[in-house]
Write a protein that binds this ligand. Structure first.
Ligand SMILES: NC(=O)C1=CN([C@@H]2O[C@H](COP(=O)(O)OP(=O)(O)OC[C@H]3O[C@@H](n4cnc5c(N)ncnc54)[C@H](OP(=O)(O)O)[C@@H]3O)[C@@H](O)[C@H]2O)C=CC1
Ligand SMILES: CC(C)=CCC[C@@H](C)[C@H]1CC[C@H]2C3=C(CC[C@]12C)[C@@]1(C)CCC(=O)[C@@H](C)[C@@H]1CC3
Length: 332
């Protein structure tokens, strides 16, 4: 039997994260799985469903709210108590708060040459909103990016070393340098916090790979495509999505990123975990594409990320992390 490997999945209780957890148990023999989720009862329900499909699977739960700095410190301490070494760290938890759909833009885009771009990125089709957390941070930034940064920093002792660790980030096709400004990494000023947080994720993945690669840590980023999940059902009701699925399936003729289900969307995440990490390109995003017949495949897309952004973002996140670390020490 192959030696036990450990995989931690943030947001592993639903959507892409839950399907990923299920697929990892199938793909890797003898896997120890840690579901790092913000809600105990939802996490337990996910654990039960995984135990039904994989009797005897070794699954633990750690409560982690990536939008809350203290919760991340506590979760990291619990994970370190449970495991000496992490083989796969899936940074998957994420939010995209939306207040309305720009319907006029949806229909004009669908009828224009922008159709493929609009359906694969959602650019300009949604009105995004954000709020401030009790830590005084922008919520989308804290949830999607900073919470995960703290997790990596706090877990560093369990990463790499004698064997390799893969850090795999669920990014998005929505990530765009148009909406990311390193000097405003929290996106306090703009109106595209989701896109900004996902571009920041891509930049951070490169930064972490550069810093930790010497000790056997490999960081890569993934785009799952458009997937029906809690995220999309939060924008429009499930009956609406059910109605337009035939249209979206037809649109696969011109848009190959319409993954639609979580199985397809999790394909690049599972695929990366099966590759030799050394053979992968840390500056490519591994994107899910689907054939017209619904068969998923993975295609790397080179990311155009400047070294200046890589270094500046990492240093700013590190400063913010150290500020919170200092505060928590004082409160102890
Ligand atoms: N759906 C799509 O089309 C796409 C999704 N993605 C990305 O995929 C990832 C997974 O999203 P998806 O499965 O689609 O959506 P879901 O809403 O179904 O899943 C999101 C998961 O993240 C968890 N989560 C949200 N906020 C926090 C938090 N503060 N702390 C801990 N966990 C949290 C949720 O927990 P809970 O159940 O408690 O809410 C849930 O488990 C996200 O990063 C998203 O940005 C990327 C591209 C496309
Ligand atoms: C297609 C019709 C008739 C209606 C749906 C319109 C939009 C609500 C929808 C079209 C493209 C979608 C999309 C996303 C959300 C919903 C849409 C804007 C995402 C932004 C979801 C999160 C992601 O990370 C992106 C990759 C998605 C891109 C496409």
């Amino acid at each position: 039997m192959s030696p036990a490997k450990v995989a931690v999945v943030t947001g592993g209780n639903s959507g892409i994260g839950l399907t990923l957890a299920e697929r990892l148990l199938t793909a890797h023999q003898n896997l120890q799985l840690c579901l790092a989720c913000r809600n105990q009862s939802r996490a337990e329900a996910a654990k039960r469903s995984l135990e039904l499909s994989h009797p005897g699977a070794k699954i633990s739960i750690v409560i982690l709210d990536t939008s809350n700095v203290n919760s991340v410190f506590q979760a990291a301490a619990k994970i370190k108590e449970k495991y000496d070494k992490i083989d796969y760290l899936f940074m998957n938890a994420g939010i995209m708060p939306v207040s309305r759909v720009h319907w006029k833009k949806v229909f004009t885009s669908i009828l224009s040459r922008d159709c493929a771009h609009a359906l694969s990125t959602g650019e300009g089709l949604l009105q995004h909103v954000d709020e401030t957390t009790s830590d005084g941070l922008k919520k989308v930034f804290a949830t999607n990016l900073f919470g995960h940064f703290i997790l990596v920093r706090e877990l560093e002792d369990c990463l790499g070393g004698d064997t390799t660790t893969q850090i795999i980030w669920t990014s998005s096709k929505s990530a765009s340098d148009k909406y990311f400004h390193v000097e405003d990494m929290q996106h306090v000023i703009g109106t595209e916090p989701y896109s900004s947080s996902k571009y920041g994720t891509d930049v951070l993945s490169v930064a972490i790979n550069e810093r930790l690669n010497k000790k056997g840590v490999y960081s890569h980023t993934v785009s799952p495509g458009l997937v029906m999940s809690g995220m999309t059902y939060g924008i429009l009701s499930d009956w609406f999505w059910t109605l337009i699925i035939p249209f979206l399936l037809l649109m696969r003729l011109i848009v190959s990123t319409l993954s639609i289900n979580t199985y397809n969307g999790s394909e690049p995440l599972v695929w990366l975990s099966k590759q030799k990490a050394e053979s992968l390109d840390p500056r490519s995003k591994y994107c899910c594409h689907v054939t017209f017949w619904g068969i998923p495949y993975v295609q790397p897309a080179k990311m155009d990320i400047s070294d200046e952004d890589v270094n500046q973002l990492y240093n700013q996140l590190e400063d913010l992390y150290l500020t919170f670390k200092e505060k928590t020490k004082q409160h102890k």
